[in-house]
Design a protein around this ligand. Structure first.
Ligand SMILES: Cc1cc2nc3c(=O)[nH]c(=O)nc-3n(C[C@H](O)[C@H](O)[C@H](O)COP(=O)(O)O)c2cc1C
Length: 452
């Protein structure tokens, strides 16, 4: 901005999940009437988010059907496929899909995300997950769940392979010279010849280098091992916190780990989840929250809680006695969503909720920060976390979709813009530009290609 200094800018990602992040959103009249398998639902949400100038949208993914399907509408389309459709119905917004390092082959994944980056003209990000859901293992050979530590070890090798594949074409490899009869320069395309413990991949990728060089790398595991993984690879990090103080501690720790890896801390954006129920008055927002809460069933929550703790049986736990940490397995032995179990136990230690209260809280946004208030209060909270060392932006998780996204767009975003914290128009065209990320160095390396 010429003449005056630009304030540090917020980054906003829309996390699309069912008909909203509240577990009972699918039943509420303010949520979309479209089927969750109707592509128009996702295209419409992405267009609304683009109208609000969000940096990106994001789709999570699980590789098995949950056990609560009779009462929870969380069936979703496969995210990579959805993004291809969203890419051609939007023009500026970034888009991030989740895919698993445990249950994919690096060559397939590198190819899919490079394709999406071409289709969207450089707007794609990959949310790297190791897949915490134990039942996913049953769909991939049924050898039992790979342990938390082994998932990350395998993930590390996976990253080396996909990065090498994305770098296997130099930017100038394609000539497409019709008159001269030469399509590509084989000396600018390299094999990768990776031979590791888990993967053997010759390469090169069978597709030219993608518009962003590599898709933006996003990561969402917050355990100790997850943080170190993020510090090495991530350019944006999604994380769940129920209090500002743990978000601040996470922020400080991760930025330090990034610096220790020799990377620039400002080049790794930290985006905690925020699920705001917004009303014209605080009372109205709280009334709406109660209304949605009353539609949820604690027994659905009990099954989900069990899933988070790797299948631990909570069926004998009474609903109305205050909980203590002895009611739960220790996070260190949980092979599933370890960092989320720590979030839950922090809350139990601090507030001593009953199981009913815990499940009602988790129904809101599964352990992310929930808040009911006016647009000003939501903008204040965002500004406070952003300026007080807790966030570089937010993973916005509307409890009801699309209605709470619309309220956020029309009432919260203008406040953030007035405060000089958020863009008033897209300046860049790619997700890297929206996020303010450097272009990956053209790390063109590997053995030369003898024949194509
Ligand atoms: C916002 C957010 C979204 C996530 N989305 C997924 C997902 O779609 N699929 C998945 O398997 N894990 C997802 N996770 C979980 C983590 O990626 C991670 O696999 C899990 O928490 C276990 O790793 P950890 O113990 O290091 O956190 C998500 C986490 C967060 C904070």
């Amino acid at each position: 901005m010429a003449g005056r200094e630009m304030k540090r800018q917020l980054h906003l990602n829309l996390f699309i999940h069912g008909r909203g992040h509240h577990e009972a959103s699918w039943r509420h009249p303010a949520s979309s009437p479209l089927a969750l398998t109707d592509i128009r639902y996702y295209q419409d949400l992405a267009r609304r988010a683009e109208a609000g100038l969000f940096d990106s949208i994001f789709l999570a993914d699980q590789l098995a059907l949950g056990e609560d399907v009779d009462q929870a509408a969380r069936t979703w389309l496969e995210p990579v496929t959805v993004l291809a459709a969203v890419a051609v119905s939007t023009s500026r917004i970034g888009m991030i899909a989740t895919a698993s390092t445990t249950y994919s082959e690096p060559f397939n994944l590198a190819r899919q995300f490079a394709s999406l980056d071409h289709i969207s003209n450089g707007r794609v990000g990959w949310n790297i997950v190791t897949s915490w859901l134990a039942s996913a293992a049953g769909n991939f050979g049924d050898k039992g769940q790979v342990s938390h530590a082994d998932r990350y070890t395998r993930g590390e090798e996976f990253m080396a392979v996909v990065k090498a594949l994305w770098d296997s074409w130099a930017e100038d490899a394609v000539i497409d010279d019709r008159c001269g009869g030469r399509y590509a320069r084989a000396d600018r395309i390299r094999r990768i010849n990776h031979k590791g413990e888990h993967y053997q991949v010759a390469g090169p990728l069978n597709m030219p280098r993608c518009p962003q060089g590599r898709p933006v790398l996003v990561q969402a595991g917050s355990s100790d091992t997850g943080r170190r993984f993020a510090a090495r690879h991530a350019e944006a990090v999604f994380t769940a916190h129920m209090e500002k103080s743990t978000a601040q501690a996470f922020y400080a720790d991760l930025k330090e780990l990034v610096a220790a890896e020799g990377r620039v801390p400002a080049q790794v954006l930290i985006l905690p989840g925020l699920s705001p129920m917004i009303g014209a008055t605080e009372t109205e927002a709280q009334r709406l929250s109660r209304e949605v809460n009353e539609l949820s069933d604690p027994e659905v929550g009990r099954k989900r809680l069990s899933g988070r703790f790797g299948g631990h049986d909570f069926s004998d736990l009474p609903l109305d006695r205050p909980l203590s940490e002895d009611d739960f397995p220790k996070p260190a032995i949980v092979e599933a969503a370890r960092s989320r179990t720590e979030v839950i136990l922090n809350y139990v230690r601090r507030d001593r909720p009953t199981l009913r209260e815990l499940l009602a809280t988790l129904a809101g946004a599964r352990g992310h920060f929930t808040f009911a208030g006016t647009p000003e209060q939501v903008a204040d909270l965002i500004e406070d976390w952003f300026t007080d060392g807790a966030a570089d932006g937010f993973n916005i998780m509307p409890p009801l979709l699309p209605s709470m996204l619309d309220v956020f767009n029309t009432q919260v975003i203008p406040l953030l813009q007035q405060r000089g914290l958020f863009r008033t128009a897209y300046e860049g065209k790619t997700l890297r530009e929206h996020y303010g990320l450097a272009w990956p160095q053209s790390a063109f390396k590997g053995a030369a290609l003898e024949t194509v």
